[in-house]
Design a protein. Sequence first.
Length: 528
Amino acid sequence: MVSNNTLRLSFIVTLARLFVPGFALYTRNNSRISWAPCGNATIPRECGRFEVPLDYANSTVGTASLAVARLNATVSPRLGTLFINPGGPGGSGVEWVLSDDMLLILNGTGGQYDIVSWDPRGAGSTVPKVQCFESGAAEKTFWNGSIRGADLELRSDFTNTTALNEFYSHIDEVDSMLVKFGKQCNTQSKHMLKYIGTTATVRDMVGLHDYLEGTKLINYWGFSYGTILGSFFVNMFPERVGRVIIDGVLNPWDWATKQPLLIGYDTLNSSDATFNAFASSCANAGPSKCAIAQEGSTDDSIRDWVFNLIALAYDNTKVTGGAIIPSGQLRALLWNGLYHPREWPALAQNIAQISVALSNSTNSTGALRARSPSDEIHSLPFIRRANTNSSDPATDSTYIAITCADAVDAGNSTTKQGFETVVDLTNNHSRMFAPFIGWYAGQTFCHHWPVRAVERFTGPFNHTLQNEVLVIGNLADPITPFISAQAVADGLGDSAVLLKHNGYGHTSLSMHSNWYNLLPYSNGLQLD
């Protein structure tokens, strides 16, 4: 995590509060927020609800009810509101504001801004909410052993003809299940899925701002998918851009204009680069500091060891019928562990203990550290539990709902093409992570998703903005590659400042370095 002094960036600079003539308050409605104390933190938070139109082009449809949370400024003079989004899509902004992370962001921005976030449509406590199943047990019954409802088990890649043919044998089954899944989600979500999506969420944020701050410029800091929200915002409302940071950047052109099946190639290249950094740091640390290193370990030997462990997990599941940890969940654990480099020693310890458990073919309970890998795995989007009962919650499908709501129309996309994409990603880009990311990223769902958002912004993403946007990318990030940050900054031209952080992990929060405290505001700067 970062220290209290690390996140100041450009927010400490005095913010010029300009009245921009020619625009009125975006949202005119009678909604008010009745703030009430929430959370049990040292510094109290406030929570409330804010009503917005379900369809901004048709007020007769009804309203959405946004769950909103605020951490008030602690230093005078107060400079306004900073909106934040944790990513996802579908991450709970309310839960994030209630977390200890917000004290770091509050202090890092000088303590002079109210920090505000909300649960986007479909997520958390906001209504409408995405709900595909009433329980985890109902979800398990629905998929009924389908390959689409489980982790993708793969020993290495699809160059093995037997593995390839076995995978392709499921195309028709999955095609049918995806049609049923889309209908199931739309029915369970009360046919509200078409009112979910990034464009509506941008308008919701602008409406919130107008209620809280009136005609002032809008300040925003978005992480991961929150950078898509940020890119949409600054290009939908370029004249309203105040202090904006997009951090850990996804490519908005890909998100808004490409067939979903074609998204993911750059991500996997960056995932492998981050894994290579993990392997290198482990080899350099040696066995005293990295549990999977030996004397004389190299980057290649660490990578080979991990690949062999994946093969062992596959054999244990497929050949012996064991259930310590399947290869698909092991890939998920590895990928999730790359997000935070400071936790890489714990990741190495975890997979070392998994190796012992697999090698001994014993129950994993006694072999693993107190926090089981399954705890980490099940915190990820779309990961399904192997054993469920009626009290277990269903997998959160908000990610899929928002991704597909934003997606271009399916056209001639097919489930077969989805399978072929997973094969290509695995064989030619990342045999380590494509069987996980390519299978679970949601893109293989969208061609049979029954709706698209009633309003979809598709660009352009190169407007001249009222103020420059700060665009931050890490040297290697497991999910948001630096080339996406470069593309966004290039598209915005003089309206963007690009910062390449020579660190690893997901977003600039993952690996603190001194540039936070020394940040000059100059284009194209690269700092250690």
